[in-house]
Design a protein around this ligand. Structure first.
Ligand code: NIG
Ligand code: FE
Length: 427
């Protein structure tokens, strides 16, 4: 069995605590061990603690197959990206220029651009082309500290392409991932080191010449056939895209097929997406830029996690989520990248910086948002999101001596090395 000792970390931030989402004041509490060590065997963490104490208790750690001296560096849990659209072909850099010239996201979409442009490219791309694009983005994310990533479909809007996207995700996830339904694991022998969590987002936009009802019907019909390749169902619940009732139908079809629920909710106006998420006991409601105080209470009561994606208001140049209201309302807050052809960003450290500077999370709250709370937003909180005995050895080592470097050292890469399932995958 492989074994790994990381020792003498300037600070070891364990994010220890219950394997559950943290809300309110709990979200701001971090265990920080000075001169810390982590000892791993195989894929899992065996022990965590001050270096001297750990070595006394586990003398065999001194003989680990690999030892990393982390003096001068902070060691944190591998980052978890709980909201991404990483499978797509082509790019939309021309639209970025159009937006800078004053066109809105919705105007571009209504004219057949936006998501519909990416659909055109993605329908035309082969499995191999999509896989190559996905793997390149995963490589970038991994180097930036992401060790698990949720991957949505949504650039198909037809069954054939949605299936192709799910199969591309299955190819990239490899055999080390927890199997999906029997016989459907897919996966190359050597998958990408990042663990992927597939989400079916069939109802992502309405093709020109279609009604939203027609597309929702198509999604509902295809869901039982596609569900074995996914873990979550999601929908773009938004004015002019899918209304609350259409969204409910699509999500219910996913639930009936055994999927867990996520919702793109109240991103561009207050439509009731967050309340819909609460009524379906969704695992997460995402974006939420316009969600009101009633939505906050509804999500808290439902145990739904609020996922914020500050990269998107950054590129759309609109107001950020007011995270303090959500922390005060005792809703667990997670942060994701929203990596997609509109917000083309693999970087959770960048999302972390925006969360702190623009959404007003404290750095401690932001770290919880991209680790244990993000893990809970994809139902992996028992496996990842903190450094504790028994959990997967998913670890990031920063260049700097403090986790604060995540939001402080901006524009570059604050991550020096990454361990995934006990193996050093970036150094
Ligand atoms: O989360 N809001 C809907 N979906 C994506 C954008 C996808 C796209 O523009 O391609 C989002 O922001
Ligand atoms: Fe999104």
């Amino acid at each position: 069995m492989t074994s790994l000792l990381i020792r003498n970390a300037a600070e070891l931030v364990t994010v220890a605590g219950p394997d559950a989402p943290r809300a309110g004041a709990e979200q701001g509490k971090l265990e920080i061990i000075k001169d810390g060590a982590v000892y791993c065997e195989g894929e899992r963490i065996v022990a965590v603690g001050p270096t001297n104490q750990l070595l006394r208790k586990y003398p065999k750690a001194k003989k680990a197959k690999r030892t990393i001296d982390a003096a001068g560096h902070a060691v944190i849990p591998g980052l978890v990206d709980c909201h991404a659209h990483p499978v797509f072909a082509g790019d939309r850099c021309d639209e970025y220029a159009m937006r800078l010239a004053g066109k809105s996201y919705r105007e571009i979409l209504a004219a057949g651009g936006g998501i519909l442009k990416s659909v055109e490219h993605t329908r035309a791309a082969t499995h191999a082309e999509l896989l190559a694009g996905l793997r390149a983005r995963l490589d970038a994310a991994l180097a930036l500290g992401t060790t698990t990533l949720e991957a949505k479909t949504g650039y198909g809007l037809d069954e054939r392409t949605e299936r192709k996207m799910l199969e591309v995700i299955a190819s990239a996830r490899g055999r080390s991932n927890p199997p999906l339904k029997k016989g459907r694991q897919g996966g190359e022998k050597k998958g990408h080191p990042i663990d992927l969590v597939p989400t079916l987002l069939f109802a992502h936009a309405v093709p020109q010449g279609w009604t939203a009802d027609d597309l929702a019907d198509l999604a509902v019909d295809a869901t039982p056939r596609l569900a074995p390749l996914a873990e979550f169902v999601d929908v773009f619940c938004e004015k002019g895209i899918f209304d609350v009732e259409q969204s409910r139908r699509v999500l219910q079809a996913g639930k009936d097929a055994g999927l867990q629920v996520k919702v793109h909710a109240d991103e561009m106006c207050l439509l009731g997406g967050a309340k819909l998420a609460a009524s379906l006991k969704a695992v997460s409601a995402d974006h939420l830029l316009y969600a009101d105080d009633e939505s906050i209470v509804a999500l808290r009561d439902a145990g739904t996690i609020a996922v914020f994606l500050p990269g998107t208001p950054f590129v759309l140049r609109v107001a950020y989520a007011e995270a303090r209201r959500w922390i005060a309302g005792n809703v667990p807050v997670a942060v994701g990248s929203d990596l997609n052809p509109n917000c083309y960003c693999e970087s959770l450290p960048f999302a972390f910086a925006l969360s702190v500077y623009e959404m007003k999370l404290t750095p401690a709250e932001a770290l919880v948002a991209v680790t244990i709370n993000a893990a809970a937003a994809i139902r992996r909180e028992k496996e990842i999101g903190s450094l504790a005995p028994g959990k997967l050895a998913d670890i990031a080592i920063l260049h700097g001596p403090s986790y604060l470097h995540l939001g402080y050292h901006i524009g570059g890469n604050p991550v020096q090395a990454v361990v995934k399932r006990g193996k050093v995958v970036v150094e």
